[in-house]
Design a protein around this ligand. Sequence first.
Ligand SMILES: C[S@@+](CC[C@H](N)C(=O)[O-])C[C@H]1O[C@@H](n2cnc3c(N)ncnc32)[C@H](O)[C@@H]1O
Length: 262
Amino acid sequence: MKTTYEINNQTTLYMGDCVDILKKYNENSIDCIFADPPYLLSNNGFTCHSGKRTSVNKGEWDSSKGKDADYNFYESWLSECKRVLKPSGTIWISGTYHSIYLCGYMLQSLGFHILNDICWFKPNAPPNLSCRYFTCSHETVIWAKKDKNHKHFFDYKLMKNGIWDEDSYKKPKSQMRTVWSITAPKKSEKKFGRHPTQKPLELLKRIILASTKEGDIILDPFCGSGTTGVAALMLGRKFIGVEREKKYIDVSVKRFKEITDR
Ligand SMILES: C[S@@+](CC[C@H](N)C(=O)[O-])C[C@H]1O[C@@H](n2cnc3c(N)ncnc32)[C@H](O)[C@@H]1O
């Protein structure tokens, strides 16, 4: 079965387990990682999708395997990420409260240095149907560097002076803050198929522009529908993606080809 997809000489996608694939890469070889690991929230609960009550379950990949197994899995993929990152490299990890505290704990245990935690605010988040809790309307994205003593890249000027939302036109330029208001992926971003936890392209573009230069190598160990790769391709960065499920590889390949065939 085909497991490697060379889209062009800048973009490679692997179907398989991220820990196994990362082991094939040299240490200190990657500039930046975006990781959107399993949320561990598929617990048979309910959520709201398009105004209807639906199961919260995202897929087998998202269920908790128990505290110890989850801990061991997070430790193994994050250790591999640390090994392959260059000393000046940085990692972004996104998650909800189900997973993000384990990510933060593991980052600190493995000796990463946390730079920021971004609150990605979702202005169009669905309502909470039980009416017993606040409506979840954000995800946390932790930004950390491999080595505290190495200088990391941050495009401060672009983050300060870029046009990031409609309000940017009206306001005097000020430093970008850690709350980013970005809506769910647009319909056009899902035209090749749906992934239950697909990230908006705008979020990935901002992350890549903030922390990488043209030609840098970006890796995504939990590639899903390929959003990180799409943003990397559009912005002239090299990309390595890993995804376990063939149906999501197929969506990614179609999204990548739409850009390379233009
Ligand atoms: C939270 S989703 C990522 C969504 C992605 N950011 C996007 O925009 O589409 C996590 C993905 O990781 C995949 N996955 C889970 N465990 C994996 C593993 N051990 N190795 C590689 N992929 C894995 C799942 O199949 C799922 O598609």
